[in-house]
Design a protein around this ligand. Structure first.
Ligand code: ATP
Ligand code: MG
Ligand code: MG
Ligand code: MG
Length: 562
């Protein structure tokens, strides 16, 4: 492509609305333009990157046995009512009506559509397992659309859904996807971590997030340097917007009667761990049982980590709800609690993160929970501070924190949607069984932004080779000199013949402008044809991330690039 023909309207100024670097650079480098809040037009350069990301994702999904389909964006209200999510999804869902006053949503996700599809077409155990995916626009009316493509209201997602005979089958599908996701992020050339996550509103009991590491990331990850352990500590949203809990559940909550009071010091004696000065925590204990943990103070600084809780149901005496259901109903840190302090628990069967214990009046009780037997509390003075000395639940080493961008998320759904939407198969004994499901998302457009957020310097973007819009840019220093233009054209044609994606900067600009633009748009390899080197029949070859300039014989340049 000749730069004179290429539509990449660059900006000299940093756009004022762009807070983070990827947003600024993608606007400045002419990759995209805003249409309305959280909605963007992708210009040619961005579209090339998106296609490359999509293709890597597509190849790995196909390799893992996935089959690509394309589902509609417009989804009927009816199926969302069947799954119970029409009311649960809240304001994040874009809703519309047709001329007959029938309700529709712009799909924020596609479980309802695909489960209905599979229900209609899969009848026998012989039809399973089935892995179906699409790469499609998604619509979420985010409360705070921001950071450009990072949190859009219209964005591109790859979503795969697995359908299996049973839990064992789901396990196999889940592992396949886990592996495929790692292959994808390895190929993309990004630093990332896989973290244990809470599956929030979507349900199920196993979930991992794929996090591209970046300072501006909205997620805080605690990780261990010794073993693989990593977890997301920001689970407050439970995947849903904040909601008030249903009144009847609130009434069933039992007020604390202060059966016995122990301070954090007692707890520390019990576990043999040093107390944090900052934590003012009251433990309520009755008959040797811990019935409540009350945390007081700065919500950001004071957090307590519970691990090895055997049964999450044991945490409540209020009613029959599970922790997850409560979380979804708006308890936990979203509840009516005055003091929102998250408690993290690593559960055997379910993973609870961010359940909140509150101040005096509205305290939630833990019952039938035995300190020591059921969990070992650990004090985390400040999760943002690596020196805080939180301990890895796997190997006991200190945990550190780091920030990341959630680019992928995989969940085991179980039978949540197949039960609600009646998706069954007939087993070998002629019995109807619920199909066991999983779902697996990758934010394609967010991954593009995350790559820029991670790979940049003061001069602009540094694209990893695998997803660069073009791999090479050729710059003749002076466009008025025939020998330079000739040499540049020669290399341009040779590289094109070899299938290299190359830009020839044939614009009538000063060399400095061309170099600045090449750096800004982040092309991995720059070939400069200047008067001095050309005299020796050489070209200057420079990698975007390197200072070093190599002088390469004109006849060897193509070989060098390949
Ligand atoms: P977040 O926690 O950032 O709101 P999510 O957990 O709601 O994301 P999922 O429902 O897990 O998102 O969707 C799968 C993937 O889709 C996410 O991992 C992310 O990469 C991408 N994604 C979700 N919301 C957005 C958005 N508003 N803009 C761009 N990408 C998004
Ligand atoms: Mg999330
Ligand atoms: Mg979200
Ligand atoms: Mg998610």
């Amino acid at each position: 492509m000749k730069a004179s023909q290429l539509f990449f309207p660059t900006l000299r100024e940093v756009p004022s609305e762009a807070e983070i670097i990827s947003h600024q650079l993608l606007l400045r480098a002419g990759f995209m333009r805003k249409t309305s809040a959280g909605v963007y037009t992708y210009l040619p350069m961005a579209l090339r990157v998106l296609k490359k990301i999509e293709n890597i994702v597509r190849e790995e999904m196909d390799k893992a046995g996935g089959q690509e389909i394309l589902m509609p964006i417009i989804q009927p209200q009816e199926i969302w009512e069947k799954s119970g999510r029409w009311s649960l999804y809240g304001n994040e869902m874009f809703r519309l009506k047709d001329r007959h006053d029938r309700g529709f949503a712009l799909g924020p996700t596609h479980e309802e559509i695909i489960t209905t599809l599979v229900d209609g077409e899969v009848h026998s155990y012989r039809d399973l397992p089935l892995l179906l995916y699409q790469i499609q626009n998604k619509y979420r009316d985010e409360i705070r659309p921001r950071f450009g493509l990072m949190r859009g209201r219209e964005f591109i997602m790859k979503d795969l859904y697995s359908f299996d005979l049973d839990e064992a089958g789901l396990d196999v599908s889940y592992k396949k996807m886990y592996k495929a996701y790692k292959a994808i992020y390895d190929r993309l050339g990004l630093d990332y971590r896989v973290v244990e996550a809470d599956s929030g509103a979507i349900g199920g009991n196993e979930s991992h997030e794929f996090m591209v590491l970046a300072e501006s990331g909205e997620s805080v990850i605690v990780y261990c340097q010794k073993c693989d352990y990593a977890a997301n500590v920001e689970k407050a949203e439970c995947g849903l917007e904040k909601q008030e809990p249903p009144v009847n559940n609130q009434q069933e909550m039992i007020k604390i009667s202060t059966p016995g009071q122990r301070t954090i010091q007692d707890l520390v004696d019990f576990t043999g761990r040093p107390a944090s000065e900052q934590i003012k925590t009251l433990m309520y204990v009755a008959d040797g049982e811990l019935v409540a943990v009350i945390l007081r103070g700065d919500r950001e600084l004071n957090e307590i980590k519970l691990k090895n809780v055997l049964q999450c149901q044991d945490l409540f005496m209020a009613d029959e709800m599970t922790v997850r259901e409560k979380c979804q109903a708006g308890f936990g840190s979203l509840g009516p609690v005055g003091l929102n302090v998250p408690i993290y628990a690593d559960l055997e069967t379910e993973r609870l993160q961010n359940f909140t214990c509150g101040a005096n009046e509205d305290d939630y009780h833990f019952t039938n929970v035995n300190l020591g037997r059921d969990f070992v509390p650990e004090i985390i003075a400040d999760l943002r501070n690596a020196e805080a000395g939180d301990i890895c639940p796997v190997c006991g080493e200190p945990l550190y924190t780091i920030r990341g961008i959630e680019v992928g998320h995989i969940f085991k759904l179980g039978t949540k949607y197949s039960d609600a939407l009646d998706a069954t198969y007939r087993d070998q004994n002629g019995q109807d069984q619920a199909i066991v499901m999983g779902c697996y998302g990758i934010g394609i457009s967010r991954t593009l932004a995350a790559a820029v957020e991670q790979k940049n310097d003061a001069d602009g973007i540094i694209w990893p080779l695998a997803i660069a819009p073009y791999q090479v840019i050729i710059i003749p220093v002076n466009n008025k000199k025939d020998d330079q233009v000739e040499a540049a054209n020669y290399l341009y044609k040779e590289l094109l013949n070899q299938g290299v994606e190359v830009i020839l900067d044939d614009r009538d600009e000063r060399a400095g402008v061309k170099f600045k633009d090449a750096d800004l748009i982040g092309i991995p390899l720059r070939i400069t044809i200047g008067p001095k080197s050309l005299q020796e029949n050489k070209a200057e070859v420079k990698k975007r991330w390197d200072e070093e300039i190599l002088l390469v014989e004109m006849d060897h340049v193509v070989q060098h690039v390949l």
